[in-house]
Design a protein around this ligand. Structure first.
Ligand code: PGA
Length: 249
């Protein structure tokens, strides 16, 4: 049985004070909830306050991005060493907004994935097709290209600590959710490919989350699909009540 991961991607929302306020309201709502792994991913400026606020609880904290080099002249970037030093445990990599607006490529995602593993940060690697790709029947081809490049150099034994997030780009922030069947099919494509390249044991261990307009109203149907191992939640994770409902789907 794979433990599900329910992760909040706050994107560029919440000041440190607002992040702290969220945690204060959220923790009592999920106290003693250990069925699923709960992860909050605030922006870098709120990481330390959120990490301090959840210390000793069932809630983990991750970053939304990082660079793949330990240190150096890379203005504006955050390194895996820096994230480890403040006790972040997870990191989202290759989110479609980073690919779309900040030039993230399958190659940089691969370098970041290897760097995260080297530093024992749990990567949440995002893949997903845009609408035109789905409509022209290219979903499988796109997912396979993204996943194979991202996983170059990864070995089977590392898969238990890697999380993939399947996020169809047309479903992000649009209110359009993939149907549970569509998500299930995409997840199966990804898991089959991991089995082919890294073996069945690795494929059975890896967690594959669904992301894209997950809400309290649709979480149960999505989470009940056998191939769906959790959710990466944007908009509906900004409110503590709503995110807690998704965690407890
Ligand atoms: P959304 O975002 O839940 O607001 O669609 C999901 C994501 O981008 O991770």
């Amino acid at each position: 049985m794979r433990k599900k991961v329910i992760a909040a991607n706050w994107k560029m929302y919440k000041t440190p004070a607002q992040a702290q306020e969220f945690v204060k309201a959220f923790l009592p709502l999920v106290a003693n909830h250990d069925r699923d792994e709960i992860v909050l991913c605030p922006s870098d400026t709120s990481l330390s306050v959120v990490i301090a606020a959840v210390a000793g609880t069932n809630v983990a904290v991750g970053a939304q991005n990082m660079y793949f080099v330990d240190e150096g002249a890379f203005t504006g970037e955050t390194s895996p060493v820096m994230l480890k030093a403040i006790s972040a445990t997870h990191v989202i990599l290759g989110h479609s907004e980073r690919r779309q607006y900040f030039g993230e490529t399958d190659e940089t995602v691969n370098k970041k994935l290897l760097a995260a593993l080297k530093h024992e940060l749990k990567p949440i690697v995002c893949v997903g097709e845009v609408l035109a790709e789905r409509e022209s029947g290219k979903t499988e081809e796109v997912l396979l290209r993204q996943i194979r490049k991202a996983f170059e150099g990864v070995v089977a034994g590392q898969c238990a600590s890697i999380v993939i997030a399947y996020e169809p780009v047309w479903a992000i922030g649009t209110g359009k959710t993939a149907t549970p069947e569509m998500a299930e099919e995409a997840h199966a494509i990804l898991r089959r490919d991991i089995a082919r390249t890294l073996g069945q044991e690795a494929a059975d261990a890896i967690r594959i989350l669904y992301g894209g307009s997950v809400k309290p109203e649709n979480a149960t149907a999505l989470m009940n699909q056998p191939e769906i191992d959790g959710a990466l939640v944007g908009g509906a994770s900004l409110d503590p009540q709503s995110f807690a409902k998704i965690v407890k789907y």
